[in-house]
Design a protein around this ligand. Structure first.
Ligand SMILES: Nc1ncnc2c1ncn2[C@@H]1O[C@H](COP(=O)(O)OP(=O)(O)O)[C@@H](O)[C@H]1O
Ligand SMILES: Cc1cn([C@H]2C[C@H](O)[C@@H](COP(=O)(O)OP(=O)(O)O)O2)c(=O)[nH]c1=O
Length: 218
């Protein structure tokens, strides 16, 4: 059975770039890796509805924190079988965003902490009811909000396909989100968490060893 590793962090933190580096290191060490990212834009209708709503479609849908969170969750619900298959066939299944994104962004939008009603509701929906597979490890890619914002801006300039949406351009939301992520990591929500400083050089060898369970201390 493979290990489920989840990368979390703010928009523009560098999650995709970190995933590229970690996959290369795991590959170099001979581990087979399956990789996925949520939302599954273009592959799941719920994810597409989310993207459209974030760009102003579907009336007041994007204003509903719970409504949007249900769509993100249904995207993952539709991926449960594929995740189990990948876990059977690979040493590592590496996800760019998972349930903790819903927990962090929803709580932040509602000005709640990780102890609040929203995180409890999201856990009940996705962990209990949808029975999504539990991660072996969350990696929180922590960067100052201003750095994440400038990286997201830089990416927007070089890749017009990735124009920033209304969450991504809301600095105070991103700041609150960073706080909820830190709380989730500190409380060990749903799995152990490894916090990686994305403003510094990342030690991929060490991160790969932690990811495959060779190193089990935090
Ligand atoms: N460690 C880093 N140092 C400098 N730039 C980075 C670093 N990581 C990512 N970037 C750049 O920042 C932008 C956002 O990175 P990306 O991995 O797409 O973030 P995310 O997936 O978290 O939204 C990209 O233009 C990327 O090249
Ligand atoms: C996966 C997920 C994302 N989000 C938020 C985080 C991001 O602000 C936004 C879009 O996800 P993101 O991964 O940033 O997509 P992209 O950068 O490719 O457009 O959705 C949630 O609120 N809940 C979730 O479950």
């Amino acid at each position: 059975m493979g290990r489920l590793i989840v990368i979390e962090g703010l928009d523009g933190a560098g999650k995709r770039t970190l995933a590229d580096g970690l996959v290369a290191e795991l590959d170099r060490r001979g581990h087979s890796v399956a990789r996925a990212a949520f939302p599954r834009y273009g592959a799941d209708v719920h994810a597409d509805l989310v993207a459209e709503a974030l760009r102003g479609a579907h009336g007041d849908l994007a204003d509903s924190v719970y409504g949007m969170a249900v769509l993100y969750a249904l995207d993952r619900h539709g991926a449960v079988e594929a995740l189990h298959t990948d876990l059977r066939q690979h040493d590592v299944v590496l996800l760019d965003r998972y349930v903790a994104s819903n927990a962090a962004y929803g709580a932040a939008r509602l000005h709640q902490s990780a102890e609040g009603d929203f995180v409890a509701w999201a856990s009940e929906l996705e962990i209990e009811r949808f029975a999504l597979p539990r991660p072996d490890l969350h990696i929180l890619l922590q960067v100052p909000t201003a750095l994440a914002e400038s990286r997201a801006e830089q990416r927007e300039r070089s890749d017009t396909e990735r124009r920033r949406d209304r969450f991504e351009t809301d600095s105070s939301l991103q700041q609150r989100c960073a706080e909820v992520y830190t709380e989730l990591a500190e409380s060990g929500w749903w799995s152990p968490w490894r916090v990686v400083d994305g403003a510094e050089h990342v030690d991929f060898a060490e991160l790969a060893a932690v990811s495959v369970g060779e190193v089990t201390y935090w």
